[in-house]
Design a protein around this ligand. Structure first.
Ligand code: FPP
Length: 243
């Protein structure tokens, strides 16, 4: 570990860590372009950041890490890039499952999974069942995910139940994230101040952190900086907070 990361780690209060961290991993394409590389190389480098984040979150005892890996809008990208992303996903799951298991990680996925390529669905379900008995970090992958779609799906599920009036808790229990705590911290890389249809319901009181690093540059030290920034905030949830 670099000295800088070590120094930052010492300043983090282990008693005030977020339970759930969500990440919009943006900037893979720009990272690649800056280096004159194809966009897919950016996604590959981004997968290394994913690896490092999973490891660090597990080590810190964070409960849930949700990653926006593929949005419902991402299908609009060139077919070769979509295919490349799906292949990267399959290969990463195949390569990393044993290591995730050694690190006690569980795997979950949110989104319209039934519309993903069959191979991705198969690999995902295999990895999820291989890791089902673990008790550490929940790695939650948002795949073919759109938040408005999720809310619509929740309401439709409630209608099918025969519910005639809904409360907030009803919508929550039918979201793809049912059973997970809402994110305490949402990180977006590469400088854009947007939610991009990600966890709109769940982020009602979430602390937002935007940094200028491209996702492949977002590693241990950058995550510690985000955690320190989070710990410097006072969360009031609409109240007045402590005095
Ligand atoms: C955004 O960068 C990134 C994505 C749409 C895909 C994220 C995927 C990975 C990090 C790959 C592997 C993931 C897992 C879970 C193994 P962008 O392409 O929008 O970048 P740009 O805005 O600079 O074009």
């Amino acid at each position: 570990m670099s000295l800088k990361a070590d120094e930052l780690l010492k300043r983090i209060d282990p008693r005030r860590l977020p339970r759930h961290v969500a990440v919009i991993m943006d900037g893979n394409g720009r990272w690649a372009k800056k280096r004159g590389l194809p966009r897919l190389m950016g996604h590959r480098a981004g997968a290394e950041s994913v690896r490092e984040m999973v490891r660090v979150c597990g080590d810190l005892g964070i409960e849930v890490l949700t990653l926006y890996a593929f949005s419902t809008e991402n299908w609009l990208r060139p077919a070769a890039e979509v295919k490349g992303l799906m292949t990267l996903l399959v290969k990463t799951l195949r390569r990393e499952t044993a290591d995730l298991d050694r690190n006690n990680v569980r795997l979950r996925a949110i989104g319209r999974l039934d519309k993903l390529p069959a191979e991705v669905q198969r690999e995902l379900h295999q990895a999820m069942s291989a890791l089902a008995d673990n008790s550490g970090l929940i790695l939650n992958l948002a795949l073919n995910y759109g938040s408005r779609q999720e809310i619509v799906d929740s309401v439709n599920a409630l209608l099918r139940e025969g519910v005639t009036a809904v409360e907030e808790k009803d919508i929550s229990r039918r979201l793809y994230t049912a059973g997970l705590p809402d994110p305490d911290l949402l990180i977006r890389t590469s400088g854009e101040y947007r939610l991009s249809n990600f966890l709109l319901w769940q982020c009602a009181y979430t602390e937002l952190y935007v940094c200028s690093h491209y996702w492949p540059e977002f590693r241990r030290a950058q995550f510690y900086e985000a955690l320190l920034n989070y710990q410097s905030r006072e969360r009031r949830f609409g109240g007045l907070g402590g005095t």
